[in-house]
Design a protein around this ligand. Structure first.
Ligand code: GAR
Length: 188
């Protein structure tokens, strides 16, 4: 079974979806660790409830990205982590992790990349008035949401849609697309 670490920064609904899919036998991985850069994030409670070890840290306690990524790397090596899954981790991955996990880091992003990379993709898409939105899963490289695309799913935006409804639809898609895509990547 592929040993993975999930990185998240906030609520963690995608982390939960991966944990649930693993438990139900719909995702053929072993989630060995949650890495979180926000010591008070709700995702930490989700991991504790699921009995998954947590490594949390505050980037402000370090002088550079390289310094905290070295510590993360140490935690990953201790658990023989083979693959990193970003699920709402709101931080660019630096060269320390990229170098050790070449083509072994994936991210989920709430837009049809290359449209609307970076922060608040949903807000950017609403502002632009797009009529179709979606979710992208891609490999992570040094850029901001620029790596090679693995999977996408789109949906139409009705004229009356609120931001809340759009976000609900995005999460619904994310929670089923992420486990499906990871299975495809590991066992195609
Ligand atoms: C998800 O919608 C994910 O696509 C997005 O953050 C949300 C996290 O939700 N990621 C990005 O915007 C990355 N650039 P969650 O904490 O409920 O899983």
């Amino acid at each position: 079974m592929k040993k993975i670490a999930v990185f998240a920064s906030g609520n963690g609904s995608n982390f939960q979806a991966l944990v649930d899919a693993e438990k139900q036998g719909d995702l053929q991985v072993s989630i060995e660790l949650l890495v979180c850069d926000k010591p008070n994030a709700f995702v930490i409670q989700r991991a504790q409830a699921a009995g998954i070890p947590v490594y949390s840290f505050n980037p402000k306690d370090y002088s550079s990205k390289e310094e905290f990524e070295r510590e993360i790397l140490h935690e990953l090596a201790n658990r023989d982590i083979e693959f990193i899954v970003l699920a709402g981790y709101m931080r660019l991955i630096g060269k320390t992790l990229l170098h050790h996990y070449v083509n072994k880091i994936v991210n989920i992003h709430p837009s049809l990349l290359p449209a609307f990379p970076g922060k608040d993709a949903v807000g950017q898409a609403i502002e632009a008035g797009v009529k179709v939105m979606g979710v992208t899963i891609h490999f992570v490289d040094a850029g901001m949401d620029t790596g090679k695309i693995i999977a996408q799913e789109a949906f139409p935006i009705p004229p009356t849609a609120t931001r809340e409804k759009i976000e609900e639809e995005i999460h619904k898609i994310e929670h089923s697309l992420y486990p499906k895509t990871l299975n495809y990547l590991f066992y195609q």
